[in-house]
Design a protein around this ligand. Structure first.
Ligand code: NAD
Ligand code: MN
Length: 497
């Protein structure tokens, strides 16, 4: 052997960057299952659809193309009163029914929803604008899962509070938002019914369709009349639900502003209250994290459901040593996101829920730029009709910038960096909200240590936006109080005696 060993020339591997974004056009692949949406929906009171006493109706349009898809009854005070009265009449028998019998109804609702899952997914996408792959693979199956889970509790309530008796509260008023219309309905109805409460529920005015389709399932399931009443309308209808003297509890999910108003309104009434409000979640990426997975987690954290997510990871906190690499990969990944028709199975980012929300997002981004933020958007063609907003990064910002402080509720991510874990925690907690956070690191101990220091209802480790009916969800600070899901969520609908 010669002393001189031949040096092997090592070629540096260059990662291929595959860009599918706008390089070529795909054929459209629209979901073709019929949505089964009626031309007109009355109010669901006392087990049947009735004409509104108000005599008024409003249009529900599709943010996908601004076309009217249905006409919805506008409930006034008298309609809300009729709904409470039906719920009040139904309460004695429903609450006395054996838990196992109530469970059977909940199982039936879950199965009926599964039977018609495709139809519900298409309806949800048409009415609200979310990508069909999300409605199909997340919203509808997760809504069914909540009914299955709470059906299981209905005959095991003695285990929910060992040694104590858990009694239903009475008639519960529930008001839900437009970002996960069917899923929020499931989060609200399933635990209330499992415990033997009866309900008056109002969906958001921009997304009432799947709640009304669910009313059809309630009718088909043979649920005793008046156990669930669904009234539709906007803020005034919601306020009538909140103020009605027959409500034993109000459960609200929506904006922090309305949540504060409700809390003031209920002060001194003795009504119970749970609030699930806004958020400004931190997604914290440490230098020891698996970068490619973290980038996927950042994308999911902010672009899932167009960023209309109260627990969105809307503040990226990235360790300074890897910031350049993460930003390069993140921008590359954003170029591959397909924005457009939510009914297309290939769409990643669908339509913004309403014209009003599109206006709010645009204004907040403009304000951010005026304050000095550097905006990045990948090139993408947005449909001409409908409400669309390109995925957006806001860089060069500090903690005092409005885009870092305020919830945007759209596909807009603000970028901050940090050097030490202490700084990450300090910045993550520097917000008036406290709903969610993500921590990306390959050290389990680091995750656990950081998670305990974050003032946040949920902290995901090396993941984001993971949900399960068994896991309680809720906020700290101005994100609200009370929990939904799990045993804790169940207990919010009962009185311990
Ligand atoms: P919103 O609070 O106005 O609406 C939520 C629900 O409350 C709707 O059903 C609405 O009709 C009803 N409502 C409105 N005013 C009411 C009142 N005075 N009394 C009772 N009910 C009332 O929220 P929005 O305008 O649809 O969205 C605006 C902001 O809310 C978003 O930008 C976001 O910050 C936040 N939001 C949070 C969530 C969440 O899941 N936490 C969901 C949707 C919206
Ligand atoms: Mn709509």
């Amino acid at each position: 052997m010669s002393a001189k060993t031949k040096k092997v020339e090592v070629k540096k591997a260059v990662a291929r960057e595959l860009l599918f974004g706008d390089l070529w056009d795909f054929d459209p692949a629209p979901e073709s299952a019929p949505a089964g949406i009626s031309e007109r929906y009355g109010l669901f009171i006392g087990g049947e659809f009735v004409e509104p006493r108000s005599g008024e109706w409003f249009d529900s349009i599709s943010p996908r193309n601004e076309e009217k898809i249905s006409e919805i009854a506008l409930a006034n005070d008298a309609d809300v009163d009729a709904a409470y009265s039906a719920a009040g009449k139904a309460f004695p028998a429903w609450s006395k029914l054996a838990g196992a019998e109530r469970g059977k109804y909940l199982y039936r609702l879950a199965r009926l929803l599964q039977d018609r899952a495709r139809e519900f997914a298409v309806a949800e996408t048409l009415d609200g604008g979310k990508p069909i792959k999300e409605a199909r693979d997340f919203d509808v199956p997760m809504a069914a899962a909540h009914f299955f889970y709470h059906a299981g509790w209905a005959d095991k309530l003695e285990y929910a509070a060992p040694g104590r008796d858990l009694k239903p509260l009475g008639v519960v008023g529930q008001v839900i938002p437009w970002n996960f219309p069917l899923l929020m309905l499931a989060w609200k109805l399933a635990p209330a019914l499992a415990l033997g409460n009866t309900v008056v529920l109002k969906p958001s005015e921009t997304t009432s369709v799947t709640a009304l389709k669910f009313a059809e399932l309630i009718r088909d399931a043979g649920l005793p009349k008046g156990v669930v009443n669904i009234v539709t309308g906007a803020g005034d209808t919601g306020a009538a639900i909140v103020r009605h003297p027959a409500a034993a509890k109000i459960a609200f999910t929506g904006s922090t502003g309305v949540g504060k108003w409700i809390q003031r309104e209920l002060a001194g009434t003795g009504k119970r209250l749970t609030l699930e409000l806004g958020g400004k979640g931190a997604n914290i990426i440490f230098e020891d994290a698996a970068i490619d997975q973290a980038v996927e987690g950042i994308i999911n954290g902010i672009f899932f459901n167009q960023g209309h997510v109260c627990c969105a990871g809307s503040r990226l906190l990235v360790q300074e040593s890897i910031e350049a690499e993460v930003m390069k990969k993140l921008k590359l990944r954003m170029k591959s996101l397909r924005v457009g028709d939510p009914l297309d199975k290939n769409t990643d980012i669908g339509a913004i829920n309403s014209k009003a929300q599109l206006g709010r997002i645009s204004e907040m981004v403009e304000n951010g730029v005026a304050e000095g933020a550097e905006m990045y958007q990948p090139e993408c063609k947005l449909p001409k009709k409908g409400f669309y907003f390109a995925p957006t990064l806001m860089g060069g910002v500090s903690q005092s910038h409005s885009v870092v402080k305020d919830e945007i509720f759209g596909p807009v991510l603000s970028i901050l960096n940090f050097r030490t874990p202490e700084e990450a925690v300090e910045k993550a907690n520097n917000t008036s909200y406290g709903l969610s956070a993500g921590v990306w690191t390959d050290k389990g101990s680091k995750y656990l240590q950081i998670a305990t220091q974050l003032k946040s209802g949920v902290v995901w480790g090396n993941s984001f936006n993971k949900f399960d009916p068994t896991s309680p969800f809720g906020g700290f600070k101005q994100s609200g109080f009370g929990r939904e899901g799990g045993r804790q969520g169940l207990l919010e609908y009962g009185e311990l005696v």
